[in-house]
Design a protein around this ligand. Structure first.
Ligand code: 2AM
Length: 177
């Protein structure tokens, strides 16, 4: 069996995902590309990449013992990663979300103790909306009323390539406090 691509992510409740999806549809109308499915919108905390089955089992067993303190997150703006042509919704660039940075740090220090190498790049919290988006002017999207949502779950998920995109499978859930 080949390695599955694993990641830890914060998942919105259904009604919050529906509100985020409205942003995705507006962005898609302007920029095209592949729109994310509403039921798999998420905020990635840690991407582990291809993970062998033995390590998948170690991670699944480790997760139920973790707890996380969760507070609301406010999405205020669209942003873009040029390489993968991802368009996303994110918080203000200049305001750090202290609890979210702390959670990212806690997840990575736990992963590091299990042998994973933390990323060298800074954590930039975002919810991806489009992949392979066109190069239209994002300023045309204007400002939207902000979306404040409280993650419903923190999950360990596996991403599997599927026709036209990726399918995500939730493997384990962390307790939220
Ligand atoms: P995203 O958070 O920007 O959408 C599963 O692939 C998830 O892990 C995706 O949501 C993806 O991007 C995130 N991710 C982070 N770094 C990645 C990388 N180097 N390759 C693929 N996915 C990555």
């Amino acid at each position: 069996m080949h390695a599955r691509r694993l990641f830890f992510a914060l998942w919105p409740a259904q009604d919050d995902a529906a509100r985020i999806m409205a942003w995705a549809r507006d962005a898609h109308a302007l920029l095209g590309g592949r729109i994310m499915r509403q039921d798999t919108l998420h905020l990635t905390l840690a991407f582990l990449g291809g993970t062998g089955e033995r390590d998948v089992q170690r991670l699944i067993q480790a997760v139920p013992g973790w707890t996380a303190r969760i507070e609301p997150i406010t999405l205020r703006r669209f942003g873009r990663f040029h390489g993968p042509r991802v368009v996303w919704a994110g918080p203000d660039e200049n305001s750090r979300i202290v609890w979210l940075d702390a959670l990212h740090q806690a997840v990575w220090s736990r992963l590091e103790s299990m042998g994973w190498q933390p990323p060298s790049e800074a954590f930039r919290p975002h919810v991806s909306l489009l992949r392979r988006a066109g190069s239209g002017d994002m300023a045309m999207l204007g400002c939207r009323p902000p979306i404040t949502w409280t993650p419903e779950a923190c999950v360990l998920a596996a991403s599997q390539p599927d026709l036209g995109g990726s399918r995500y499978q939730v493997l384990a859930r962390m307790r939220l406090a």
